[in-house]
Design a protein around this ligand. Structure first.
Ligand SMILES: Nc1ncnc2c1ncn2[C@@H]1O[C@H](COP(=O)(O)OP(=O)(O)OP(=O)(O)O)[C@@H](O)[C@H]1O
Length: 615
């Protein structure tokens, strides 16, 4: 199938997919507008002819029909604009859902590290969030409506001269084709810009305008640097764009000139026919109107641009879906949206066992494996700490057991099931990573996001979970400081506020504890106390056993004073597990752990002694 037709088919499929009813309704309104337009041309012509020939009965008949057509056409056009606005909303929602399905693969996050996928996804999402998501479908319908009046004009012209009509049709089609190719080129450039160099430029612009990076940019005096980088990225992004556009514009100009010449020729020919009496008044009037109506095939300014844009977008989105792996949700029939992450009924004591057998893993962007044939078994309910030097793979291990990446080989099992392929199993693992998310939502949402809505509607249960979670995270004072559960944790919002680093960390911890209270069977805390002072840290660990009773807990930390609370300590080295046992066992063994622990303890003792001396 030729590319243009394939693009059209994809576009119409996407409209239908969003709302069959609105697609039919808009099509009927386009047809109604076209019929009203045709009726208007023909009845006006007959009306003028009747007036010229003084045929009183016909004058009134054609006059009435002309009035009906004149009223009907704007009604159809306005109804189409209302209907297409509803269709626009449906298509935008549908495209958002399709993009979300592409981005939110249930099977991990590896695809988001694949530039071939993350670039187009970012570009399309940007496009959808811009004016495109507000206007393009409405404009596509508007363009179709205008073109349909062009078709009616063609039909009227054909009654006068098939030859002139064929000539006009050919030049109009050539014009539409060349203009379409030009707009398509512009749109493709725009989309590609959003996906590649333009994306980098946008990031640099955001460094200047967003609050969190804004702090460093100002403190390090990076404004000039960011601007220069932004300009250079933008210039790189624009390379070739102008040349490509100029190339695509030349045929448009040439076909435009030919079209003007053919139209003028047809008009002269028509007048000659009228002069020699070959056509009557009615035909002359109708044909002249039709000749003017042929401009409907020409460029329609922003309407044409948006119409072409909607096709480019639909084509790109469909191509991404086609390229999605077979087990990806975008390649599957749409499933009902998942509810909140954890189970409907809060259940304590769902501890799940963990088994990593012979796993090897390499990040998609790297060649060197992080793990080779690593095995580790954690019985249900055990409390384990994982330690090891920077970059040895502690967080990676957590990502594997949380099902965010599949291992290259070997198996990961949580409660006997694979968290990478089994959604329910993945939701059993409550993880707070070092780079936890600071949701710019209310304190309540920040804590209760992992809790199922069926619990969230029960106020008693929700209060119990929220307060318990804050207590476990030693974060009661955060609520006190913020003043209300519903305050937005972003000072950019009215009544909003910000938290300190340690307060944010405790809110994130409370979120993990809330997930456990709501039924998660595994709790994983990756450097949970890095931002906390010693007093709060010890408070959390005093409550830790109580908070994690009935779940399997994994703690990743460099602070060995925290780690010693765990029943079992696993030391990771470059070749896998190098030590495994209780704090006392490992101290007695005198290996890496014992050395590190002694070093940290000595530092603390020295620091204490210095403080004493200073007093
Ligand atoms: N998304 C990624 N893509 C490529 N490499 C990565 C990615 N994330 C981490 N790495 C690399 O994988 C290795 C293990 O990283 P990981 O974050 O698991 O280490 P870690 O033991 O948790 O370190 P730390 O103690 O510093 O937190 C490191 O060499 C790191 O640079």
């Amino acid at each position: 199938m030729p590319t243009v037709l394939r693009r059209e088919a994809t576009f119409w499929r996407s409209l239908w997919h969003a709302s069959p009813k609105l697609t039919v309704a808009c099509s009927l309104l386009v047809a109604l507008s076209a019929i009203a337009f045709l009726t208007g041309i023909l009845s006006t012509a007959q009306f003028i002819a009747a007036v010229a020939h003084r045929e009183a009965a016909d004058v009134w008949r054609w006059f009435a029909l002309t009035i009906v057509a004149l009223i009907l056409q704007p009604i159809a056009v306005n109804a189409l604009s209302a209907c297409s606005a509803a269709h626009q909303a449906a298509v935008t929602a549908d495209q958002h859902a399709r993009l979300a399905a592409l981005a939110n693969a249930p099977h991990g996050i590896a695809h988001l590290e694949d530039p071939a996928r993350s670039g187009p996804l970012t570009g399309l999402l940007d496009e959808l969030r811009g004016n495109f998501g507000l206007w393009s479908i409405g404009e596509a319908w508007r363009s179709l409506q205008v073109r349909s009046t062009g078709l009616m004009s063609l039909a009227v012209l054909a009654r006068w001269s098939v030859l002139a009509t064929a000539a006009l049709l050919v030049v109009q089609l050539v014009m539409a084709r060349t203009f379409g190719a030009y707009v398509h080129q512009v749109q493709r450039d725009l989309l590609e810009l959003r996906e590649t160099d333009g994306r980098r430029a946008k990031y640099l612009a955001q460094l200047l305008t967003r609050r969190p990076p804004g702090k460093e940019v100002r403190l390090f005096g990076l404004t000039e640097w960011c601007l220069a980088q932004y300009q250079s990225a933008w210039r790189t992004a624009q390379l070739g764009v102008t040349a490509r556009r100029n190339r695509a514009l030349r045929p448009v100009l040439a076909s435009g000139l030919v079209m003007i010449a053919v139209s003028v020729g047809a008009a002269v020919w028509l007048i000659r026919d009228a002069w020699v009496g070959a056509v009557g008044t009615a035909t002359l009037t109708a044909t002249l109107q039709a000749l003017i109506g042929m401009r409907a095939f020409g460029p329609l300014g922003d309407t044409s641009t948006q119409a072409a844009r909607s096709r480019t977008y639909a084509e790109r989105l469909a191509a991404l879906e086609t390229a999605a792996p077979a087990d990806h949700p975008a390649a599957q029939p749409a499933a009902p949206p998942a509810a909140h992450p954890v189970a409907a009924t809060p259940v304590a004591g769902r501890a799940a066992s963990i088994e990593l057998s012979d796993i090897s893993f390499t990040y998609p962007s790297r060649n060197t494996p992080v793990f080779q044939r690593l095995s580790l078994t954690i019985p249900a309910g055990q409390s384990v700490a994982i330690v090891g030097v920077n970059g040895v793979g502690k967080s990676t291990l957590i990502k594997l057991l949380a099902g965010l990446y599949p291992p290259d080989s070997g198996t990961v099992r949580v409660g006997g099931k694979d968290p990478f392929t089994d959604d329910a199993t993945r939701r059993q693992v409550a993880v707070i990573f070092q780079d936890f998310v600071r949701y710019h939502l209310s304190l309540r949402d920040n804590v209760l996001l992992p809790v199922d809505e069926s619990i969230a509607t029960d106020n008693v249960a929700i209060d119990r979970i929220a307060s318990g979670a804050l207590r476990s995270a030693a974060a009661e004072d955060v609520l006190h400081r913020v003043g209300d559960w519903d305050v937005t944790l972003d000072p950019g919002y009215s009544g909003g506020t910000d938290l300190s680093g340690g307060q944010w960390q405790r809110v994130a911890l409370a979120r993990a504890f809330a997930a456990v209270a709501a039924g998660a069977g595994v709790l994983v805390l990756d450097e949970p106390t890095a931002a906390l002072d010693v007093r709060v840290e010890s408070e959390i660990f005093e409550r830790f056993l109580e908070s994690t009773r009935g779940v399997t807990s994994i703690l990743v930390s460099h602070r060995l004073s925290s780690v010693r609370h765990a029943e079992r300590i696993v030391v990771l080295g470059p070749d896998g597990v190098v030590e495994d046992g209780s704090h006392e066992d490992l101290l007695a063994a005198g290996g890496d752990y014992a050395q590190l622990f002694t070093l940290q303890a000595t530092r603390f003792q020295q620091a204490d002694a210095t403080t004493e001396d200073a007093r």
